[in-house]
Design a protein around this ligand. Structure first.
Ligand SMILES: [Cu+2]
Length: 444
């Protein structure tokens, strides 16, 4: 199926629906403790509104909750998940409630929350509430604050939210495997007053990086530095859903990183302010303007801007290898060398191998359709745009700004107003001599 925005939007919605269903099912299946009585559980609460734009996790899901005796109760299920990063690449990951990253949890400052955690992994786990001010016994470091949650067991964490901001949850047991395989999620605490730091569009993007050998489906969690697949909310471009905003919207994007690398995330066509970290909101007087925000390991960053520039704007990690898709390593550097002879010899040994192009990597994108790839792997370079191939994949997505944006429907590619596009000029006559730079009239 060729990549189209419609497919992409549909698969995103389908994914969200599946996640919600599986969460709902999980609630229904929750075992009652022996002898537990009382009224039957109330139905799931609808998504709260409270006058605030809901947080959107592109390609992701939000975790439903229900009120039980004044406590907001959520249920996380730690389990292996099958995640499609983009059509052609399915990955054996670990996550929560059927997805990686796990569903986004939202609550309000002052809320009393209970988080049920059921372990369906083949090994123990725990959940740490990253950045939270909470009782020591709820902090989730296995061995230090609690026993590990053994396979099949359910634990309850319960505490009162004393702060606001973009926080996270992740295991603190066998971190190297569990976090690397995708076990992490957002826990967003809103201010009680809906007028505080209000925005029109509020997005959340969890960054991750993986090593998945081409032709395999299970990431190698022992890899320390040499990752080859970089995701935003468990998807790589062109599988990442664009963020849809209306001209004039106040936009917040929350970014989180629990990988082995920092990720400098860059926006085009706008400048933003850095407005928050995992320690909470930054006072307005201390916001600083940026075009790229480095998201260090083990942190979140909030950025805000007014979308005042219509168009399709790139939003991506600025480490150049992090905007490439699945790369096979160990190939020689052939930049500047005619690769046809080694290509032929390699083809005899390993059919379908691509060596680096002598003129850079752009040719790979051009040849994408003809490349023979190992099963369950994807080309190194991105997707199709309105003007040809976009040579970026991985941690790359789009902010689409339109005057009349329908938030529920991808508008397709931006139509640039006449006279506002870069254009080819080398086929025209050379500019007349009087248009050359002149220093006349500057005093000499
Ligand atoms: Cu990066």
């Amino acid at each position: 199926m060729p990549f189209t925005r419609r497919n992409l939007l549909f698969s995103g919605l389908a994914g969200a629906a599946t996640g919600l269903l599986s969460s709902t099912r999980a609630f229904a299946q929750r075992l009652r403790a022996p002898g537990e009585s009382g009224p039957p559980p109330k139905p799931l609460a609808a998504r709260r509104s409270n006058g605030r734009a809901p947080v959107i996790t592109p390609n992701g899901t939000s975790l439903p909750w229900r009120m039980v005796d004044g406590v907001k109760e959520f249920h996380l299920i730690a389990e292996p998940v099958r995640r499609e990063f983009v059509e052609g690449l399915e990955v054996n990951a670990w996550g929560y409630n059927g997805v990686t990253p796990g569903p986004t949890i939202e609550a309000f400052e002052g809320d009393r929350v209970r988080l049920l955690v059921t372990n369906r992994l083949p090994e123990g786990t725990s959940v740490h509430w990253h950045g939270f001010i909470l009782p020591n016994g709820m902090d989730g470091v296995a061995g230090l604050n609690q026993p590990k949650i053994a396979p099949g067991e359910t634990y309850a964490y319960e505490f009162t939210l004393q702060q606001t901001g973009t926080l996270m949850y992740h295991p603190h047991f066998d971190e190297m495997t569990q976090i690397a395989l995708g076990m992490h999620g957002f826990f967003i605490i809103h201010p009680r007053d809906p007028g505080v730091r209000r925005v029109d569009r509020d997005f959340a993007i969890f960054l991750n990086e993986w090593f998945i050998k081409p032709g395999t489906a299970t990431p190698d969690p022992t890899v320390m530095l040499d990752f080859n697949t970089f995701t935003m909310n468990g998807r790589v471009f062109p599988g990442t859903a664009p963020m849809l905003v209306r001209t004039g919207d106040r936009v917040r994007i929350r970014l989180a990183n629990l990988t082995m690398d920092s990720h400098p995330i860059h926006i085009h066509g706008h400048a933003f302010y850095v407005t928050g970290t995992d320690a909470g909101p930054i006072p307005g007087t201390a916001w600083w303007p940026e075009n790229s925000v480095n998201v260090p390991v083990g942190t979140t960053r909030d950025i805000e801007f007014t979308a005042d520039n219509p168009g399709d704007w790139a939003f991506h990690c600025h480490k150049t290898h992090h905007v490439m898709n699945q790369m096979g390593h160990g190939l020689p550097n052939l930049l500047g060398i005619d690769p046809s002879s080694p290509q032929q010899r390699l083809d005899q040994l390993v059919p379908g191998t691509m060596v680096m192009g002598s003129d850079g990597m752009g040719a790979h994108a051009e040849q994408r359709g003809m490349m023979a790839l190992p099963r369950n792997s994807i080309p190194m370079l991105g997707g199709q745009g309105p003007y040809g191939s976009i040579d970026m994949g991985g941690m790359f997505t789009l902010v689409k700004v339109r005057d009349d944006m329908d938030y529920d429907r991808d508008p397709g590619w931006y139509r640039q107003p006449p006279g506002t596009s870069a254009r080819r000029v080398d086929s025209m006559s050379p500019p007349p001599a009087q248009q050359q730079p002149s220093h006349e009239g500057h005093g000499k």
